[in-house]
Write a protein that binds this ligand. Structure first.
Ligand code: TYD
Length: 399
């Protein structure tokens, strides 16, 4: 196994076992032909970078049936509106150009519709790109990569902001992405992206952040080191509450901007906690094993008490939990979800039926495993009746 940035040889420090595609929701007739890969995890100490050893090809994951829609969470719609306003206020002027990488259904870009900013999205999933275009969000149905830049000449060397959310960690050929940013970004432009944060994952033992699409889990140290290799500076970092703890990174061409104190603050904090070296990974591995045991003990206890257990939200993250812990329909009867593309299908690997959100009420489960624990506030607020009738929320992450 080799580092996706430096190509140096890496040895995995842990494996989660055989994993299907995290978003590979399937029908019964597909059970026998399901794709699996060995999901092991490596750490490049030179870059302080946690990454998957093996992973499926991006084309296999982000295909026409890709079922993730950013707008499925109200809290995320609000977050992206605030993110857009922050970008407008701090980095854009009237005739600015802006590109979003992995723009999904246009939840962020829609906030630029009423401005004079010339904006454009890149989205590899055909269905989702079409939806965005139908809604008036100019979207190129493609991966953001060097071979696409000739299609957008006016953006070359002329883009004030290139941004992304929960996308950069999905891209195995990150060097190509950074080189593409280099071609498109203006001399004084900014590359801004936010991703699940390694520190939060280690803190919470939220190992379910690791799945096929999350090739990297970034830290401030790793982002700083990666971008330094390509003549960019990490100039600011701002923690975010989204996805159970994320970090927003602001990157600019080397020497063009003052580097804010936040970068030093977080690199020092990470160094102190050994997040910059493999020691923290060994501890994380032990924590994962303990978390798995605790989860299974608790679920088995619920079963002994004849409780009906369901899953709440068929997230990508749940694919890691269910397959790592070996939880199938003998434990969880169904998973409810609001995404119409998932309803009627079965969860990847463990084949638990996905049902509509309305069945959460009608089937009266006793226990709900909150797979979307990162959307806890939004979900607990709308599901108050569940607690009122004696239901109990459960998660491997503190909720
Ligand atoms: P998210 O944590 O963003 O998923 P992922 O792990 O894939 O990044 O959660 C999105 C999923 O959760 C999506 O399938 C819709 C579902 N969901 C519900 O079913 N109900 C809800 O109230 C919310 C907020 C999400």
């Amino acid at each position: 196994m080799n580092c996706k940035i430096t190509n140096s040889k890496l040895d995995p420090f842990m494996s989660f076992g055989k994993m299907p595609l995290a978003n590979g929701f399937i029908t019964k007739d597909q059970f026998d032909n399901e794709f699996f890969f060995e999901m092991n995890v490596c750490f490049n100490e030179n870059l302080s970078l946690l990454q998957l050893g093996n992973h499926p090809k991006p084309e296999k994951m982000f295909n026409i049936d890709y079922p993730f829609y950013t707008s499925s969470s109200r809290a995320m719609i609000k977050h992206f509106s605030e993110y857009a306003n922050w970008i407008k206020k701090n980095f854009l002027h009237e005739d600015s150009k802006l590109i979003e990488i992995g723009s999904n259904d246009g939840t962020l870009l829609t906030n630029f519709k009423s401005t004079s900013v010339d904006f454009l999205g890149f989205e590899p999933s055909e269905t989702i790109a079409k939806l965005a275009n139908d809604n008036g969000i100019k979207t190129i149905n493609s991966f953001f990569c060097k071979k696409e830049v000739d299609k957008i000449n006016k953006f070359k060397g002329n883009t004030d902001v290139i941004c992304a959310s929960n996308v950069i960690c999905h891209i195995p050929n990150l060097p190509d992405t950074i080189e593409t940013v280099d071609i498109l970004l203006s001399n004084k432009g900014f590359f801004i992206f936010e991703e699940p944060y390694l520190g939060s994952m280690f803190d919470k033992t939220s190992y379910d952040q690791i799945y096929d699409e999350h090739i990297f889990i970034f830290s401030v140290n790793s982002v700083k080191k990666i971008f330094n290799l390509f003549d960019f500076d990490l100039i600011d970092v701002i923690p975010q509450n989204t996805h159970g703890g994320s970090m927003r990174y602001v990157v600019a061409r080397k020497g063009k901007n003052e580097i804010k104190g936040s970068v030093k603050k977080y690199t020092e904090k990470e160094n102190k906690l050994n997040y910059d070296n493999i020691k923290s990974c060994f501890e994380f591995k032990l924590n994962c094993e303990e978390s798995k045991k605790k989860t299974l003990d608790q679920l088995n206890q619920f079963k002994k008490e004849k409780k009906i257990i369901c899953g709440y939200a068929a997230t990508s993250k749940s694919t890691t939990i269910l397959n790592y812990c070996g939880i199938n329909t003998t434990v969880i009867d169904f998973i409810c979800d609001t995404t119409k593309q998932k309803i009627g299908k079965y969860s990847p690997g463990m084949h638990i039926p996905i049902v509509s959100a309305s069945e959460f009420q009608s089937r009266s489960p006793d226990i709900a495993y909150l797979f979307a624990w990162n959307h806890k506030n939004e979900i607990l607020k709308k599901e108050t009746k569940f607690l009122e009738r004696g239901g109990k929320w459960f998660s491997h992450v503190e909720i």
